[in-house]
Ligand binder design. Structure first.
Ligand code: HEC
Ligand code: HEC
Length: 220
């Protein structure tokens, strides 16, 4: 019996380490990534650029986001776990190496430039109570910008209107074109009303963070 349990553990270990070594095989390259973002800058390289689906909101800031999270998000669009049609289209032509490269590029983009908007925070007791209730800091970090796992997003200072769209999308049962299937955030977002999600989104968006839009209008 003991032997059997041991064999079982060994198999599990092999599976787990097999998975992580697979994830590590694709190293992102910043220089190559720079050559692959021509199709991204029209939306993510323009300050305050708006998307209009499923409602009007600013496209997310991705410069300064964690590379592992960018990979995870892009893969989720590619696989259809995230339904957003534009991002599904954009990722359909990328392979794992392209995804790793653009992720490495955006993670470091603007790293040297100064922090903006750090004076905008206003203490908001109801938002802080909701954030406490949802345990948000246990995964996204004490300042909501230092996630406990690199595949989780930084959210402090992200555009508030995008944060709300993202939070609502975890509550939506995924259909052909809207919704995100992530089970972790699904369970969390469903505990809150849309009004409560907005209170949190507005507050989190006002916090200082590392996310930014770096103007990338240069012709490639
Ligand atoms: C036509 C506009 C457009 C283009 C082009 C575009 N994106 Fe996006 N991107 C969006 C929108 C809108 C969202 C938000 C989608 C959602 O609600 O999930 C998004 C989401 C993302 C996210 C997830 C951000 C987060 O915080 O969850 C990443 C990462 C991303 N895009 C990277 C890229 C990369 C890399 C490219 C180029 C290969 C690209 N995008 C091209 C509009 C665009
Ligand atoms: C158990 C860990 C965990 C907790 C607790 C948690 N999150 Fe998340 N959150 C995640 C993960 C993982 C993702 C990425 C999901 C995905 O890929 O779609 C995420 C994604 C998000 C996003 C989307 C960000 C983007 O850029 O697209 C927002 C917004 C968010 N969380 C806000 C919150 C808020 C607000 C709370 C508290 C009410 C919270 N989270 C609690 C793990 C967590």
């Amino acid at each position: 019996m003991k032997k059997l349990v041991f064999a079982h553990c060994a198999l599990l270990m092999a599976l787990v380490s097999g998975q992580s070594s697979m994830a590590q095989t694709v190293e992102g390259n910043v220089t190559n990534g720079r050559q692959k973002v021509a199709q991204c800058i029209g939306c993510h390289g323009l300050e305050g650029y708006h998307a209009s689906f499923p409602e009007v909101y600013r496209v997310p800031k991705i410069a300064g986001q964690g590379a592992k999270y960018i990979v995870s998000a892009l893969t989720a669009y590619q696989k259809g776990e995230r339904r957003h049609p534009t991002m599904r289209g954009v990722t359909s032509n990328l392979n794992a190496q392209d995804i790793a490269d653009v992720a490495a590029y955006y993670a470091t983009l603007g790293a040297a430039s100064a922090q903006v908007d750090s004076g905008a925070v206003r203490a908001n007791a109801s938002a802080m109570t909701l954030i406490e209730k949802g345990g948000c800091k246990s995964c996204h970090g004490d300042n909501l910008s230092t996630p406990v796992d690199p595949s989780f997003p930084k959210i402090a200072g992200q555009y508030a209107d995008f944060l709300l769209v993202a939070l609502k999308s975890y509550k939506t049962e995924p259909n052909a074109v809207v919704g995100r299937g992530n089970p972790v955030m699904g369970g969390i977002a469903k505990q809150f009303s849309t009004k409560e999600l907005k209170v949190m989104a507005d507050y989190i968006g006002s916090l200082p963070g590392e996310l930014k839009v770096v103007q990338e209008s240069r012709f490639r």
